[in-house]
Design a binder for this molecule. Structure first.
Ligand SMILES: *Cc1c(COP(=O)(O)O)cnc(C)c1O
Length: 430
């Protein structure tokens, strides 16, 4: 597809960086997910932050999925995609009264993060009844994965109600609120082994059983397992939804006996393997014994990789300007980006065929969290994103998002308020 994209000018001199999404791959991933949880009542939602792109949300909605949203913006994107409210789950960590009022009015499911938020919801619901499913996020405190910043089930994570410290209070909160019917858990995103994820779910399942036993009624009738299935960025292996579901079934059979609706919120595992970034090599230079290729893919599209290269390593492919895979003697090269800071390097010391100006580099596995959530450093425009299919050997593309125009970049930087500061300051026009 790199070749066809280059041929059609979707990446090249005029479009120095672009993102590409494999539509069939996305649908295959969704299919794998549905297959792994067939035979149980289930709602699969897509974690919008992993690819906050309306056409992607629409594609997944058509495949039967909903959306997990964590901000008013993501809620608006899910709504714009036509996702019905009863397939939206709201997990924002800092929900304002206005946000809560809005999502409760729409009937989207809401997972409260803490007891204060539950009380706030009580007040709002007293004034305005709602069709929303109401849940409480619990931190099972089962420990962290390999990336601390992505782990949400450590002893002192900022998310949810800490289970060990607040178990009794959680049961009381459910006793006092018959409308509270869901428990939510999300152990972490990337870097958490399956065993740890299953352990977190098991803790919350046990809690659901305890609440229902204590209250002598099946009040908790759904469990939201969160997302977090890890992705292998070093190989072509695809995330194993089936393996995770099999482990869950083995360890927590009661979760699958039909009493509970299961909700999932996968993001990375659905999209990462189904997207890549292609970028032009603008210059190649040597400095201090180091060969550096200056490309158009840097921290603006691979922010985490640039700032935490050990936690988020990406593979790099070397291609010619017309999109053919480069061959030839391997040479150690650093792949740098276009941002104005020295650390803007996406890969260090990679053995690749020697890159030259005009060549393309390809960053695979970047379908989630990379080009879909760009960083506007240096006022670099958000790159275009194209969906593609290669069914029956006939490549076709569709625009997911156009590249941000210079006019949009300028408008976004406050152009309409150009004279605001001068008017405020002491600078009188002569
Ligand atoms: C980020 C997040 C997800 C998705 O995580 P992935 O690792 O992309 O699957 C799901 N649920 C919550 C609450 C999250 O914060």
């Amino acid at each position: 597809m790199v070749r066809v994209a280059a041929e059609r000018g979707l990446v090249g001199e005029a479009e120095p960086v672009a993102g590409f999404l494999d539509v069939d791959g996305v649908l295959d991933s969704a299919h794998d997910l549905f297959a792994a949880f067939e035979d149980v009542p289930v709602l699969h939602t897509f974690a919008v932050k992993a690819a906050a792109l309306v056409p992607v949300l629409r594609l997944l909605a058509d495949a039967g999925m909903g959306c997990e949203v964590a901000s008013p913006g993501e809620f608006a994107q899910a709504t714009a995609a036509g996702v019905p409210a009863d397939r939206i789950v709201v997990d924002s960590p800092a929900k304002t009264r206005a946000e809560l009022t809005h999502v409760l009015a729409h009937g989207a499911a809401v997972n409260a993060d803490n007891f204060t938020e539950l009380e706030r919801m009580d007040e709002l619901l007293a004034a305005q009844p709602s069709a929303s499913v109401l849940g409480l996020r619990v931190n099972p405190q089962v420990g962290q994965g390999t990336i601390a910043a992505m782990s949400t089930a450590g002893e002192s994570s900022k998310f949810g109600v800490p289970l060990r410290e607040a178990r009794t209070r959680i049961v009381q909160a459910f006793a006092a609120r018959p409308a509270l019917t869901r428990l939510h858990v999300h152990v972490g995103s990337q870097g958490c082994p399956l065993e740890l994820m299953v352990e977190g779910v098991r803790e919350v399942y046990e809690l659901a059983e305890e609440i229902n036993r204590t209250l002598r009624r099946p009040q908790v009738n759904s469990i939201d397992l969160g997302g977090g299935l890890p992705v292998d960025f070093s190989s072509d292996d695809r995330p194993a939804f089936a393996e995770y579901a099999t482990l869950l079934r083995a360890r927590i059979p009661g979760l699958f006996d039909g009493r509970y609706t299961i909700v999932t919120e996968f993001g990375r595992a659905l999209l990462a393997k189904n997207g890549f970034i292609a970028a032009v090599v603008e210059y190649v230079k040597d400095a201090g014994g180091r060969r550096i290729a200056i490309t158009h893919a840097g921290a603006q599209v691979a922010t985490r990789t640039v700032f935490m290269p050990d936690a988020w390593p990406l593979r790099v492919g070397a291609f010619t300007a017309d999109g053919k895979r480069k061959t030839g003697v391997l040479q150690r090269q650093d792949i740098a980006g276009p941002c104005c800071f020295a650390g803007d390097v996406v890969a260090t010391g990679r053995n690749l065929p020697e890159l030259a100006p005009g060549d393309l580099v390809v960053l695979p596995d970047t379908g989630a969290y990379y080009f879909s959530t760009p960083w506007s450093y240096n006022s670099l425009p958000r790159p275009a994103i194209h969906g593609f299919t290669n069914r029956d050997g006939e490549p076709r593309f569709a625009t997911v998002r156009t590249r941000q125009s210079m006019a949009e970049v300028v408008a976004e930087s406050g152009a309409e308020h150009r004279d605001a500061l001068g008017a405020l300051g002491r600078l009188e026009k002569a």
